[in-house]
Design a protein around this ligand. Structure first.
Ligand code: AMP
Length: 136
């Protein structure tokens, strides 16, 4: 069954498009953290970013840089949060990979809810070894 984003891309559900091309679209999030909050969405439907086709992934940097610039210019925000909820355990609600671009202002009272926890002695190096071993 097509995702809600595929239905928006197909024109079956309304969306406010920022741009669309052969690989990516951007729309405004209907429940924004702040006005101008945009979603960068691939036409290809996969739950996780890493599962997208190589040409789609190759174009991601260009589209993200341009969308970030557009959101900052349109909102006057000096900064953005770029967020990917890459799987349900990370808060992903729509199972179609996408990137949030959220305009941010100093002292806007918004924050990403995560808690940084220092490593115990020796754990930083041990985890680096594990992640390096998994690199492909
Ligand atoms: P995530 O939790 O990363 O999957 O985020 C999904 C986002 O999609 C949420 O921020 C929703 O507000 C947004 N969203 C859901 N339905 C629509 C829609 N019809 N149009 C625009 N944004 C939507």
């Amino acid at each position: 069954m097509p995702s809600i984003f595929s239905k928006i891309i197909a024109g079956q559900i309304p969306g406010q498009f920022v741009f669309r091309d052969e690989l990516w679209v951007a729309i405004l999030d209907i429940r924004p953290v702040a006005p101008g909050h945009a979603l960068l969405i691939p036409l290809a439907e996969a739950q996780h970013l890493a599962e997208l086709p190589a040409p789609t992934l190759a174009a991601l940097g260009d589209r993200l840089a341009r969308l970030t610039a557009a959101v900052k210019a349109a909102t006057g925000a000096p900064a953005v949060n770029v967020v990917v909820n890459d799987g349900p355990a990370a808060g992903q609600e729509v199972p179609h990979a996408h990137v949030h671009v959220i305009p941010r202002f100093a002292d806007d009272g918004r924050r990403l809810a995560w808690t940084a926890t220092p490593y115990a002695d020796g754990e930083l190096a041990a985890w680096a070894t594990k992640v390096r071993a998994a690199w492909r």
